[in-house]
Design a protein around this ligand. Structure first.
Ligand SMILES: Cc1cc2nc3c(=O)[nH]c(=O)nc-3n(C[C@H](O)[C@H](O)[C@H](O)COP(=O)(O)OP(=O)(O)OC[C@H]3O[C@@H](n4cnc5c(N)ncnc54)[C@H](O)[C@@H]3O)c2cc1C
Length: 393
């Protein structure tokens, strides 16, 4: 582990701004800093970008924006040079198995791939950061955080895990989600297929140690409901952090992305807020107004984070009843995408319930608590291997 080199602390004398982490938040920050005329050094502990991911599909969510998420990225100086497939239709299997198909004139989301290979979001952001003039240092873990830098080192805890397979297929493009505690306790399962590749996963908020059982049930469920072939399946696992109100500024350091706790607590859409927060942190640094970053972040993303936390709190309490209600409301909506936008939008209800939701999320029982030494489930591997503090004692 290394401390940032002395020549890369602070900027005013033309020295580099340090960014810790080359994920979407750190790379978006690097692009903005470099385009703003600052020298920037990104320290990444892995040997390349996207090491947390496995070439799996993720959805770049497109309903919380008034326009289109790709336009939002363009306004931050990020071009869609990554492979992206718009989805105007999505199928939801409600808890009792009923099928709901939703369509929208505008994409619900764009499927993108994650990982250290050509065509992924990670590789595209890396190339754009390099082209803008940022320096990327791989195999360079930072233990002592830089003063005056941007911290974008990803989740600081694991509240949710996703386990799944990536595979090849000859099935047509399609996006499917299933809400059922049998497949993904308190969470959701998904099947995403685009251009001959697929990802199927169970994203669970509880009962982590039975991940294999849930994953196999998830695969069986989708194979029964959606005819698709799975060749060359590769298993993967990942984790996320949903605890609200994390530190966003400490001294001269600005936190962005999941490191700042920015993550959609309901369904885990974190890429958009990672890139936006990285961009906002970097803009504040470029403008010499780092102290204004927390307020700017609250204005742009605070309401959304609060609404996400409240939605998660309510669905966790209501269980399958809540998901059935959600499916019925979406059925009744003339424009399901617009309904989702309202659902994610801050309201007096989310303001009133947020203190309860935040308390519940912060003090959530450790659903994945280690029961035995040497357990190799995703939660245990992530909390230990990733250097996160094991909250089990
Ligand atoms: C399985 C799975 C599915 C997901 N699906 C979706 C989805 O469909 N849609 C969506 O929007 N989001 C999804 N997410 C969430 C999304 O991937 C994250 O929110 C997003 O990647 C966060 O970006 P980040 O830059 O904050 O953190 P990260 O992507 O985690 O990047 C942080 C980087 O910092 C590096 N790092 C860590 N510590 C150090 C250190 N000490 N020194 C140097 N470098 C360090 C890490 O190696 C990493 O490269 C999913 C997540 C998972 C796990």
């Amino acid at each position: 582990m290394s401390a940032p080199p002395a020549d890369t602390l602070r900027d005013p004398a033309g020295r580099a701004v340090d960014v810790v982490g080359a994920g979407p938040a750190g790379l978006a920050a690097a692009i903005t800093l470099a385009r703003g005329g600052r020298r920037v050094v990104v320290h990444e502990r892995a040997s390349d970008v996207g090491h947390r991911f496995h070439h799996d599909f993720q959805g770049l969510e497109n309903w919380t924006t008034g326009g289109d998420v790709l336009e939002d990225l363009a306004s931050m100086g990020i071009e869609p040079t990554f492979a992206h497939t718009p989805f105007f239709e999505t199928t939801l299997f409600a808890p009792e198995g009923r099928t709901h198909v939703y369509r929208s004139a505008r994409p619900f989301y764009y499927l993108v791939r994650r990982g250290p290979v050509a065509g992924t979001l990670d590789e595209a952001l890396k190339q754009q950061a390099l082209a803008a003039g940022a320096e990327l240092r791989f195999n360079d873990p930072v233990r002592h955080l830089p003063d005056g830098g941007i911290v974008a080192d990803g989740p600081h805890g694991s509240d949710v895990i996703a386990v799944g397979y990536v595979f090849d297929t000859d099935a047509p493009n399609g996006a499917y989600a299933a809400l059922s505690d049998r497949l993904a306790p308190q969470g959701y399962a998904y099947l995403l297929i685009a251009h001959g590749r697929g990802t199927v996963a169970s994203c669970m908020f509880a009962d982590f140690h039975r991940e294999r059982e849930y994953l196999e049930r998830t695969v069986r469920f989708f194979q029964e409901r959606v005819a698709f072939t799975m060749s060359a399946p590769r298993r993967f696992g990942g984790f996320g952090n949903f605890r609200p109100a994390q530190v966003v500024q400490r001294g001269g350091m600005l936190y962005s992305g999941e490191a700042a706790g920015l993550q959609d607590a309901l369904w885990g859409f974190g890429m958009g807020s990672a890139m936006l927060s990285g961009h906002l942190a970097a803009s504040a640094v470029v403008g010499g107004a780092a102290a204004r970053y927390p307020a700017e972040l609250r204005t742009r993303l605070g309401g959304l984070s609060r609404a996400g936390a409240v939605n998660r709190y309510l669905y966790a309490r209501l269980g399958d009843r809540g998901y059935r209600h959600l499916a019925r409301r979406l059925d009744a909506a003339r424009d399901p995408r617009a309904w989702l936008r309202r659902h994610y939008h801050p309201s007096w209800v989310s303001r009133a319930l947020y203190p309860f939701a935040a308390h519940a999320l912060r003090h959530r029982a450790d659903a994945g608590a280690c029961l035995e030494a040497g357990c190799d489930c995703t939660w245990c591997r992530c909390t230990h291997d990733e250097g996160l503090r094991c909250r089990v004692g």
